[in-house]
Design a protein around this ligand. Sequence first.
Ligand code: COI
Length: 354
Amino acid sequence: MTAVGDFNITKAVHSKLDDLSLENVPFGKYFTDHMLVVDYEKGKWKTPSIMPYQPLQLDPSLAALHYGQAIFEGIKAYKDADGEAHIFRPYDNFRRFNISAERMQMPAVPEEIFIEGMRQLIEIDKNWIPARDNHALYIRPFMFSSDEAIGVRPSDKYKFLIILSPTGPYYATPMRIYVEEKYVRAVEGGYGFAKAAGNYGGSLLASAEANRKGYDQVLWMDAFEHKYVQECGTMNVFFIIDNIAITPGLETGTILEGVTRDSTITLLKDMGYKVEERDLSIDEILEAYKAGKINEIFGTGTAATISLIKELKYKEYIMNFDVDTWTIAPEVKRRMDAIKYSQEPDTHGWLYKV
Ligand code: COI
């Protein structure tokens, strides 16, 4: 096991920040000066290296490129008014990362590498955290199999990396959503609960078709009946119906256990709302819409934070919502942001100081 502090560190000679403004940075386009790289071989993690951000040299037979043993996480770090950096709930992502690793037959990454590596990397690239509302440093830990062989089996070698990207909002405006009845994201017994690369690659055709029809994203439904709500695009989804918040439960293994999902549930309860984690059918949604009982609908995710849904299209039905009158999701976002930017007390112990 790697001892804390036992890192090889090579600093970049020049900072790319000299030529880049952190005003209005789009999601995921720019990367900081450094990255963390750790190799796994013969059952052991080697000494982590923090080095200048650079391309990787990979063999064309690299197992991950052929069979998709690849997982990742999304986490954010924020700067407060005093310039102190905090990471939002990194231990929850650490736990989920190793759940994904197990599902994809990959080795667990130790805390000394995942958490301490992230902390040291951010410490070095701290100037890259945008000090601006709705902006953050997006942290992308990921791991892939690195055997140079094309037999179908778990690899012997893996690479774990962390890269950092200063970022603004993901979906800047309220979304129009297409209820997907043809393609599915996840099925019981599959790996929908894991943050595996294949879940995202497999979702692109449905999103592209929805985009062509004029929608921003799809509402994923269950694989058997196309009737029960699962997720929305790359986000978990919440419906507030008759002042009760409903989000799909995690039991079936088809839903990603989102950290923003969990934070939203906690804050909704703090605000006095009842939260139900349960099956929610499109018929129930349609009935509630017709009866004027849908208060708000929104997606939650690390990249997207909280994104309002202003339209749902299901078969011949178009459900429109006046998001300007909504108060619940905006208040959840306000409370979550106030914690992230250290403007209000972190009563749930969510911040990890860099
Ligand atoms: C995240 O919210 O961090 C995600 O994983 C969504 C996407 C950018 C892949």
